[in-house]
Ligand binder design. Structure first.
Ligand code: PRP
Ligand code: MN
Ligand code: MG
Length: 181
């Protein structure tokens, strides 16, 4: 069935809540980066929604670039060993980089990515994440801008997928049990 409504158990964050939070974060970024160059780096694929919505709210002149990374190792979740599937097109020397992510779960992806980007000679590397699961953290990641701290449960929507589906939902939600069976 093509309609996803029947697959949603409950909505955790509405489109309006997310939008209001991004208004605040964008205003803060405008303050913090006033007079500086800014390079937004989106992490494919999850960050597509927050990148689009956050960047549109900025008054700061910003460039946008993208990376695709993949964690591999034992299970299905981040191992902390990350492979670059698509690298940036941009030279980071002297740049102010703001990584834009949909969610920080274990923190392994971002801690690797921050170290990787810092090694390329940027002026600064910071993180903006729409969501964070504080209780799921395996490594400490220093996040400058965070939208919402959420419980450690599986959520989809607003860029987050389950088996590549549900990314296109405009809200963040939990899935009904039948989806998993
Ligand atoms: C998800 C999510 C973050 C990462 C967070 O991406 O979009 O990038 O996992 O997990 P972590 O904090 O435990 O490392 P995923 O690897 O599923 O790729 P996707 O963005 O293409 O869905
Ligand atoms: Mn991702
Ligand atoms: Mg995913």
């Amino acid at each position: 069935h093509a309609d996803v409504a029947g697959d949603i158990a409950s909505i955790l964050l509405t489109e309006e809540q997310i939008g209001a939070k991004l208004d605040e974060i964008a205003a803060q970024i405008d303050k913090d980066y006033a007079g500086k160059d800014l390079l937004l780096v989106g992490v494919l694929k999850g960050a597509v929604m927050v990148m689009a919505d956050l960047s549109r709210r900025l008054h700061t002149k910003a460039e946008m670039d993208w990376m695709a990374v993949s964690s591999y190792g034992s299970g299905t979740k981040s191992s902390g060993v990350v492979r670059i599937l698509k690298d940036l097109d941009t030279d980071l020397t002297g740049r102010n980089v703001l990584i834009v992510e949909d969610i920080i779960d274990s923190g392994l992806t971002l801690s690797w990515l921050v170290a990787n980007l810092r090694s390329r000679g940027p002026e600064s590397v910071e993180i903006a994440a729409a969501l964070r699961k504080p209780d799921a953290a395996k490594v400490q990641v220093d996040v400058k801008y965070v939208g919402f701290d959420i419980p450690t449960e599986f959520v989809v929507g607003y860029g987050l997928d389950y088996a590549e589906k549900y990314r296109n939902l405009p809200f963040v939600a939990t899935l009904a049990p039948h989806v998993y069976s």
